[in-house]
Design a protein around this ligand. Sequence first.
Ligand SMILES: Cc1cc2nc3c(=O)[nH]c(=O)nc-3n(C[C@H](O)[C@H](O)[C@H](O)COP(=O)(O)OP(=O)(O)OC[C@H]3O[C@@H](n4cnc5c(N)ncnc54)[C@H](O)[C@@H]3O)c2cc1C
Length: 330
Amino acid sequence: MGILVPEEYGGAEADYLSYALAIEELARVDAGTAVTVSVHSMICSAILRLGTSEQKERWLPQLAASDMIAGFALTESDAGSDAAALRATAKRRNGGYVVNGRKQWCTSGSYAGVIMGMFRTGDAGSRGVSAFLIEPNLPGISVERVTEKLGIHTSNTCDLAFDGVQIGADALLGEEGAGFGNAMKALTAGRIGIAAQSIGILAACLDESVKFAKERTAFGKPIGAFEGVSFKIAQMAMDLDAARLLNYRAAALADAGQDFGLAASKAKLFASTAARKHAAEALQIHGGYGYTTEFAVERHYRDAKITEIYEGTSEIQQVIIARSLLGRLD
Ligand SMILES: Cc1cc2nc3c(=O)[nH]c(=O)nc-3n(C[C@H](O)[C@H](O)[C@H](O)COP(=O)(O)OP(=O)(O)OC[C@H]3O[C@@H](n4cnc5c(N)ncnc54)[C@H](O)[C@@H]3O)c2cc1C
């Protein structure tokens, strides 16, 4: 849980490449656990980048030691891809802020010990948003709904209600009004984690497809002897390598302190598309068994889909990539 956290705060002080490998290996077994760690790590990084020394000392040792999980609260019912449309507010009062509003689909929200939440402190638009570190057990915060989902069942997803929550000025993370940009930076780093999650799912699909194609026989042969099956596996292996190389490049750029946003978008888009596509192929290779809960491919198939949606949908990644080439034409 402290993979990106410096040793002085009890973390592993590892780099982004190590982080990508760790998330990948977790997702190979369980994608829900992988996203829990990925979101948690994204917030550890944001605290490291933006936090005051008091905030770092207060939160990082507990987060690195797994004494608490961190959650991320940006999305609202009418503000998803268009996150700058968020309406929940944090208004200055009594030397601190009073927080009101609703946040939707907060990963680990029911169990988190700290939430990085984005709230409106100023006018409409991206400049009026600030980031805060909030303890979810404060009076006025409640879990309004735990969301039932298609997959990643080991990851908690919930809606949080904030009703007149009094927080101190020391809860502000980064500068007032810089919260939208800071949330976007956190999500950019988070995309390396979601690409890694996709790669882990894809790697598991490949392992299970190879095993099954050797064991299962039809028409007197292992099904892997049929090109209809073996070519699917070849394609899966190639896309797995390509996804890894794209994501390791993004991680290496981040480790070198260079701009990695575009590389992370490409990695996330490619890896999540490949995970969704090949999870369906892995299920197909397993035939009827693949549709049953006896085989893990059924779970990978359900888990893979979310990677195309959260931390920037595939369409938003394409907007980012296209804009890097064309500029803003609208
Ligand atoms: C399981 C789960 C966990 C989540 N965890 C978190 C979390 O921890 N914290 C958090 O804050 N949020 C979280 N989210 C929210 C997630 O990040 C959003 O669902 C996602 O950003 C998309 O927003 P939306 O669902 O409102 O879709 P919308 O933004 O309404 O998009 C609907 C469709 O329109 C497309 N679209 C929108 N704008 C454009 C555009 N400009 N160009 C082309 N297409 C476009 C989208 O790609 C999509 O296909 C989670 C969601 C889920 C389902």
